[in-house]
Design a protein. Structure first.
Length: 402
């Protein structure tokens, strides 16, 4: 570490955790320490030949911009002649897909589903506030941290766009002329929100209350006592985002993507509905006998719940609102996560203190496997680097597997 920067030689790759469209993720250990990380390794030649360099660059830029308790931390990134590497935090609890498979009936209880959905919702709200449309929500991409809380992962399908976070406050007079808008750029940046769903009183309330005080001072004390002044709401939905890309997982694709009509941020609320349905029922609602049948069902078949479903009316109502096929009429398409947070399904959720909520399950302490030297030639296929061959020869950079 001569210049103070980390490189591939400072890490041992212990095993492959998973692979995606543009790279593989490995469990990595910083040499001479017991610190473990998740390292995404991408073959630059493969990215270039498949015209996916821009996707890799976009993912890195998004990761660099994130600062949220339910989103990953990018500790460092570096490149070799052959590989591009991202070093992120390692989640020892695996993913929600694997965790769901271990539940009785292979589905979560409604209380557990509400917990995970709440934290995913805050993640999506924050991403939309940054102008990022996630586009790849599924249980496999929701990881479980050491403390049982979640971390959204994998941003190589994400779309970046322009967004204008807006503060909305209801009319103080109780009339029906619609909401009043107040935009203060200095006060709606991510750094002003702790966590993403909580508006800092010191930043926002003075401007609202300064005018309200003069009006209220002329009203009788009883009237003032009976009035409840609603807090301003943050609306940060990138409603102007448009893309014609066909991206995502078949069972989670929104109808507008399949029909090639162009899509925006509302696709994340469709996938959120599919995600919640799967957590509660152990399967997705439109899955067919094959990919083609699945796409047909998404576009042409109505939403149905299992006849034996014991899911509450509130949960089914929320899912129905999210799985409206017309994105213009889909729940949250206009005001984003704010609409969903106000739904009865999430009644009782303390959004400001959600990190203090006890998770449904705490992962067992992580115990790395005994370190056994493994030469690239004898490494199992699962440990083969992306684009490389496990024969120890050739011009590619050798990986150490221990």
């Amino acid at each position: 570490m001569r210049d103070g920067s980390l490189g591939l030689s400072h890490f041992r790759l212990l095993k492959r955790l998973g692979c995606g469209d543009i790279g593989s993720v490995y469990l990595a250990e910083l040499r001479s320490t017991s610190c473990h990380f998740a390292m995404k390794v991408m073959d630059k030649a493969s990215l270039a030949s498949r015209k996916k360099l821009l996707r890799a660059q976009t993912e890195k830029e998004i990761l660099q911009s994130l600062d949220h308790p339910f989103l990953p931390t990018l500790y460092t990134h570096f490149e070799t002649d052959k590989f591009s590497c991202l070093v992120m935090e390692f989640c020892m609890g695996g993913d929600l897909h694997t965790l769901r498979q271990r539940q009785p009936g292979k589905h979560f209880t409604e209380q557990a589903a509400k917990f995970y959905a709440s934290e995913v919702l805050l993640s999506l709200e924050y991403l939309h506030m940054l102008g990022v449309v996630y586009r790849d929500l599924k249980p496999e991409n929701v990881l479980v941290r050491e403390d049982g809380h979640i971390m959204l992962s994998d941003f190589d399908l994400s779309l970046r766009c322009v967004v204008s976070p807006t503060l909305v406050k209801s009319s103080m007079d109780g009339d029906k002329r619609g909401p009043a808008y107040c935009i203060q750029p200095a006060c709606v940046q991510p750094s002003c929100i702790q966590p993403a769903c909580v508006v800092q009183p010191s930043c926002l309330l003075p401007r609202f209350l300064s005018k309200a005080k003069s009006k209220k001072s002329r009203k009788p004390r009883n009237d003032v006592g009976n009035q409840v002044s609603p807090l301003p709401e943050l609306v940060a939905e990138p409603t102007g985002a448009r893309s014609m890309s066909f991206v995502g997982t078949h069972e989670y694709l929104a109808p507008e993507i399949i029909k090639g009509e162009g899509h925006g941020s509302a696709v994340d609320w469709w996938t959120f509905g599919i995600f919640l349905y799967e957590l509660l029922h152990g399967k997705t609602p439109f899955k067919g006998s094959g990919n083609r049948a699945t796409l047909f069902n998404v576009v042409g078949q109505p939403l149905k719940f299992p006849e034996t479903s014991h899911v509450s009316f509130a949960a089914r109502d929320l899912i129905r609102g999210l799985l409206v096929k017309d994105p213009q009429h889909r729940l949250a398409s206009k005001r984003g996560a704010t609409e969903i947070k106000q739904h009865p399904f999430f009644e009782g959720v303390n959004w400001a203190l959600i990190r203090s909520t006890v998770p449904p399950e705490i992962p067992k302490p992580f115990e790395p496997e005994p370190k056994r030297p493994v030469t690239p030639a004898s490494a199992p296929p699962a440990a083969t680097p992306v684009g490389g061959e496990a024969n120890g020869s050739g011009s590619y950079l050798d990986f150490d597997f221990f």
